[in-house]
Design a binder for this molecule. Structure first.
Ligand code: PGA
Length: 235
């Protein structure tokens, strides 16, 4: 099965950096990889390509109207955005997004034909059975009243591992990923893709994609050459 790679550029790159980034990325061929690239909103148009899924890093929880500074799911869809990252720990922790907000964002996105990359993960390292239980409870809240989960990818991202240079233990990743997959299968009778994020790099990506459906990458996606080398490891 094609592995998923999501590049989450976060609030990085200025216009000139983007031009250089795209020069490198657009030369490449990503056959056999399901690639998603999530630049800042202002660069979405520049990143349009049929080589990968154009992805937004955020979306409004509202449909439309007087919400200064917000971008709606229908606006994203109207310019060709295919997917959106929701529930990233930086949004949960720095912008106080709780499961009600995340649930609304998912509903608005799905109803506007956007695929959702839903991030979940523990803040601190703790007993892995507790982690699994808490994540499943979180998923129940995030996905409340949503029955159509086909277009959702779940990204397991232990927060302590993000941009830390140390990914989580492989055994723990496998344990949690399998737990999420089993829960979603038992609940929706569907095989949902579950990917891992948190300090994915050239040394660990092969082992990680062996135990899940792909990866979400922050730091190692910021430099186009590094990102291409990383992807080439699993092509
Ligand atoms: P990282 O970020 O690859 O820098 O750990 C992952 C993420 O935040 O999605």
């Amino acid at each position: 099965m094609e592995k998923i790679v999501v590049g989450n550029l976060k609030m990085n790159l200025t216009e000139l950096d983007v031009e250089k980034y795209l020069e490198i990325i657009n030369k490449e061929d990503f056959n056999d990889i399901k690639l998603f690239i999530a630049p800042s909103y202002i660069y979405l148009e520049k990143f349009k390509s049929d080589k990968y899924n154009l992805t937004a890093q955020n979306v409004s929880l509202f449909y439309d109207g007087a919400y200064t500074g917000e971008i709606s799911a229908s606006q994203l869809n109207s310019i060709g955005v295919k997917s959106v990252i929701i529930g990233h720990s930086e949004r949960r922790n720095l912008f106080n997004e709780d499961s009600n907000i995340i649930n609304e964002k998912i509903k608005k996105s799905l109803s506007n034909n956007l695929n959702v990359i839903l991030c979940v993960g523990e803040n601190e390292k703790e007993d892995i059975d507790i982690v699994k239980k808490n994540i499943i409870n979180e998923l129940k809240e995030d996905l409340k009243d949503i029955s159509d989960v086909e277009n959702i990818i779940v990204a397991y991202e232990p927060v302590y591992a993000i941009s830390s240079d140390n990914s989580a233990d492989l055994e723990d990743i496998k344990n949690v990923v399998d737990g999420i997959k089993n829960y979603l299968f038992a609940t929706y009778n569907k095989n949902i893709n579950v990917i891992y994020g948190g300090s994915v790099n050239e040394n660990n990506i092969e082992d990680i994609v062996d135990i899940c459906d792909g990866v979400i990458v922050g730091k190692m996606s910021l430099n186009a050459e590094n990102f291409v080398n990383l992807i080439n490891k699993i092509k």
